[in-house]
Design a protein around this ligand. Sequence first.
Ligand code: AMP
Length: 249
Amino acid sequence: MKVLVPVKRVIDYNVKIRVKADGTGVETTNVKMSMNPFDEIAVEEAVRLKEKGTASEVVAVSIGPAQAQETLRTALAMGADRAIHVQTDVETQPLGVAKALKALVDKEQPQLVVLGKQAIDDDANQTGQMLAALLGWAQGTFASKVEPGSGTVSVTREVDGGLETVELRLPAVVTTDLRLNEPRYASLPNIMKAKKKPIEAVSPADLGVDMTPRLTTLKVVEPARRKAGIKVGSVDELVDKLKNDARVI
Ligand code: AMP
């Protein structure tokens, strides 16, 4: 079974995000970028499937500027076999990405596509679902457990208030949630080995896909500043404040 893993280059989750002065977006100059954390989980899951002998090949894909190749090298160092870079300098949006991935799926014929449940920059949580719709494939989103069977994959999903297990007929799309696994750190020898693994470069035009953004961001603002807290002297005072000041009980 071939597994395709789309990985997005995003601002590192440890970075304190700064909104640009003109409110058109967030500052990305001189900011540390990394693989989207949910995509690290997706790569880890695919590599584990390969180690178990269930997957025959793990192919990482990233759509974005030249630097997206660094993200692909990370995926290769974690254990992906090869990578495809869809080079574009326009902002990537879920529908365009899903269309590019559909074109790659048509070409590569994987049995399973494992994406992150959401990219932490746009928080869209749309690409996996759009890809499944474009392909007409089954989807198991927010996965906390993935167990391939024969011609099927069983996916335990993190839903509000519990877990739901669905069995999907392959080929299928799975999106990862936080508790699926703990991604490995790439070892130095594997980072060195990854430098020799192939990254194929293609353009959206090669795939016959128009990646022009369809959505326009009108304004980006910082979250409202939290007011300073206070210390209360007793439980009675706390209850009084919650009742009469905050009016929440
Ligand atoms: P989103 O729908 O934007 O929240 O992204 C969900 C998932 O789609 C991510 O976790 C990635 O697996 C994949 N994805 C989104 N954008 C890209 C991209 N530009 N390149 C590769 N994968 C992407």
